[in-house]
Write a protein that binds this ligand. Structure first.
Ligand SMILES: NC(=O)c1ccc[n+]([C@@H]2O[C@H](COP(=O)([O-])OP(=O)(O)OC[C@H]3O[C@@H](n4cnc5c(N)ncnc54)[C@H](O)[C@@H]3O)[C@@H](O)[C@H]2O)c1
Ligand SMILES: O=C[C@H](O)CS(=O)(=O)O
Length: 405
């Protein structure tokens, strides 16, 4: 992957639209999962457990679960595959990969490179153009497939779970988010502004862990808005291979419609447009200005639904308790972020925020070493980290009896 990073990045730009620098960074991130799990594979061990019976020994063998179905989204066409594929192969599993129909080429490039790198034929199988529903049903229902790992929307996750009940498939789901980003009264304001931009507008807001609701303490609100809007006005929307571009388009018309619906609904219900707000057909298909909405409230759709686009809704709060209650007021719980300099508050908020991953005083949390996953309707299982490989194994107990005491 490193030898072909420029080509792999250009494939991502052309099929996903993200700026080249982001695509190049995705390949580094994607390759890091092969590095991480190649190291982890040496530590997939079992246990020898003392038995209560003096003439027995208990062996706990950890074995590969078997052929795995991998279903991935379009927003990280390479990294969402390698985060699963790296763990599956390191555990000794073969794979059948169903990439998003919007971004099949990155999957095919990875399969090609895996064979060049020496993976035996048949270990990495890609179904680039099969229809999602048809393939999903087969992967969920086929007895030879022992596990399905899917990254995508919560709606599709629920469907896959239902379809898997007939074979009691082992499942891992990385699903939708609605991340709170809380700037407490004692936050470092400049760091919070930078973190909010990094988290909210990464891939033009099209990541599952993007800040989706930004809660700003009343005492900092006006200054936050000024700094936030000033910095965002220096960004450039455009074609991913243009060096000046900092942000690309949203993926398709359906995504654009959701962005437009969230903006229009919020303004209709009293939100203030503080930056952007327009579709930019002059630049090309599916380009939307980075947009900031002020005075957003729970009466608006954008508070409860994942926008998955370049819109930052700002919500005022006056007490820590209010912020935590509003942040947890959602069925999903993938990622959350908050800025505070009070260590006691950091522990209290981290323990009470209903999410699977938290950025404290940072808007960037993703790396191979971090256990990645959510709670509530954001799914279950963990990817990356020392936990990621366990999901591709089973534990078999062997009791050795009749031993001499
Ligand atoms: N938790 C995470 O790590 C993570 C990462 C990226 C995206 N997402 C979520 O995914 C959503 C956006 O991505 P998306 O539009 O690709 O999601 P999506 O759920 O529409 O599609 C995800 C994958 O599922 C496939 N799919 C769709 N219907 C299917 C079916 N009936 N059977 C089998 N497969 C099916 C798609 O082709 C794609 O490959 C957002 O909700 C985002 O939060 C989550
Ligand atoms: O969009 C979801 C991805 O999992 C985000 S990240 O690339 O892992 O940060």
């Amino acid at each position: 992957m490193k030898e072909n990073q420029d080509d792999l990045a250009k494939i991502i730009v052309l099929e996903n639209g993200k700026p080249y620098a982001d695509a190049f960074g995705e390949i580094t991130y994607a390759a890091s999962f092969f590095q991480w799990f190649s190291e982890e594979s040496a530590r997939v061990n079992g246990d020898i457990i003392p038995s209560a019976n003096a003439t027995s020994k208990i062996l706990a063998l950890r074995q590969p679960i078997g052929p795995c179905g991998i279903i991935t989204p379009w927003n990280f066409p390479s990294a969402m595959i390698t985060r699963k594929l790296g763990a599956a192969v390191a555990a000794g599993c073969t794979t059948v990969i169903k990439p998003a129909s919007e971004t099949p080429l990155s999957a095919l490039a990875l399969a090609h490179l895996s064979e060049k790198a020496g993976f035996p034929k048949g270990v990495v199988n890609v179904l680039p153009s099969a229809t999602s529903a048809e393939v999903g049903k087969i992967l969920c229902e086929h007895p030879l497939i022992k596990k399905v790992s899917s990254t995508g929307s919560t709606g599709v996750g629920k469907l896959l779970m239902a379809q898997s009940s007939s074979t009691l498939k082992k499942l891992s789901f990385e699903l939708g988010g609605n991340a709170p980003f809380i700037v407490f009264e004692d936050a470092d304001l400049d760091k919070a502004v930078d973190g909010a931009i990094a988290s909210k507008f990464r891939s033009s807001g099209q990541t599952c862990i993007c800040a989706n609701r930004l809660f700003i303490h009343d005492s900092l609100y006006d200054e936050f808005v000024k700094k936030f809007v000033d910095k965002l006005s220096k960004t450039t929307l455009g074609f991913g291979l243009d060096e000046k571009t900092t942000h690309g388009p949203v993926i398709h018309e359906k995504s654009m419609s959701k962005v437009r619906s969230h903006i229009e609904n919020a303004i209709e219900k009293g939100a203030k447009l503080l930056l952007g707000g327009k579709r930019r057909e002059d630049i090309g298909e599916n380009f939307h200005e980075l947009t900031v909405l002020g005075d957003v409230t729970p009466k608006m759709k954008i508070f409860h639904e994942e926008t998955f686009g370049p819109v930052a809704p700002l919500i005022r709060f006056s007490s820590d308790e209010e912020a935590l209650s509003l942040a947890n007021d959602t069925e999903v719980g993938l990622a959350g972020y908050f800025y505070s300099s009070d260590i006691s508050k950091i522990f209290k908020v981290a323990e009470n925020l209903e999410v699977g991953m938290i950025g404290v005083n940072t808007g960037a949390i993703s790396e191979a070493a971090m256990p990645f996953g959510g709670v509530k309707e954001s799914g279950f299982g963990r990817e990356g980290s020392k936990f990621g490989i366990e999901d591709y194994t089973i534990v078999k107990s062997v009791v050795l009896g009749g031993l001499e005491n």
